[in-house]
Design a protein around this ligand. Sequence first.
Ligand code: UD1
Ligand code: MG
Length: 466
Amino acid sequence: MVLAAGLGKRMQSQSTKLIHAIAGRPMVRHVVEAAKAAGMARTVVVVGSQADEVRRAVGEGDKRIGFAYQDSQRGTGHAVLCAESQLAGYEGDVLILNGDLPALLPETLKTFIEFHRASGAPLGLMTAVLKEPQGYGRVVRTYSGDVSRIVEETDATLEEKAIKEINCGIYCVDAAWLWDPLKRARADNAQREIYLPDLVEILRRDGHKVAAYRHPDADEVLGVNDRRELAAAVRALHRRKANALMDTGVTILDPETTYIDVDVKVASDTVIEPGVMLLGATEIGRGATIGTGSRIADSVVGDGTVVLPYCVITQSRVGRACRIGPFAHLRPDTHLDEEVRLGNFVETKKIRMGQGSKANHLTYLGDAEIGRRANIGAGTITCNFDGVSKLRTVIEDEVFVGSDTQLVAPVRVRRGAFIGAGSTITKDVPAYALALSRAQQVVKEEWARRHGPKARRKSGGSRQDR
Ligand code: UD1
Ligand code: MG
């Protein structure tokens, strides 16, 4: 069971904290995925605040995931009770997780569940020791070291606040000892809420043992309640991802400044320079280089491709052995075959470009289809917008487009044609033809000697004298 009905006021946000993105996934999805990977047969997510958004963030359509609804946020204990009917008839252990634990690892959950089963206690909880435990519920132990209860920060005495062992918000409880005992919890606390951690004291009073598993890696179980904790979680997940990639043969020159989202794939022998962001569902091939300052989101980059510094690539596919940038901007739906070159200040959008084609400088290519081995000169612009709709340009194989050309769509330049520099192409160009549209050059011999600035200075004349 994942508790995800709260709003998270400490985030100071319009949207519930559970849908805030952390390393490429909404916060709550990290928790649901960890539960799944730990082998949960079924997951019930308790939603409430912005329920539809949270459902979407979790992902619908997976039969193993169900939702329960908490209509008003009356505390974590109340949230659990809202899922009772979803679990009617279920016998066995229930793993309960706060939805704000994005760094949680499935292996940790497996270890915890084993610990709980071995303990024989109806309730097990995970704890950790923090240098700065502020904000967390503290684990109060008896003289002999048994857990006796959890006290929330807002209800704690000074003495209790000094306790460094915290409740992680991860519980494993036998369903037989969950529902009825929890219904006895009262909202007689500073926040006027039904606290799930009160189950500890309730079961203890009934004479049960509560087993506490102290997790050694506190960073993994840090709750995200405000923006500072969000930044800490993002950093922890990026660092973990970088380590995992380095272990599989990816060179990351500076893991501290490199942000790679959890779902990104990078093949071995690829080099990632400092300050790179690889986001969302990005996949980078083998032996590629991603230059400093580049940001690649939801894109595929092929084997051996070099992305030079400061490129922005979004929802695009770059083939094998390409050379992109520096300072190239590949907007959504750019599809490049192998060995394509795009140089500095080239912007693309909704294009296909065939093998070996080049656009090396200062160019805009939008809504275009470009064949193989075409050469697009510096300053080429596809004029794809007539003020109402977007229109297509087709440039076939081996076309040579001279510098500073405008291609006014819809227009097609057929195979092997040449376009003279400085042309404005408004009509289709036949195969192997030369098309030119620039004005004829005018030459006036000796004009500068007679009318140029030097001549004017000599005669003391003004502009009108010309
Ligand atoms: C909670 C624990 C605290 C523990 C800490 C660990 C309680 C009362 N306190 O505090 O002991 O140290 O987590 O991170 O449980 N939620 C609901 N419905 C509600 C209230 C909360 O679904 O009515 C959900 C939230 O969306 C969140 C989770 O429960 O995902 C925890 O709530 P949160 O407000 O973050 O509790 P903490 O104050 O962090
Ligand atoms: Mg919390």
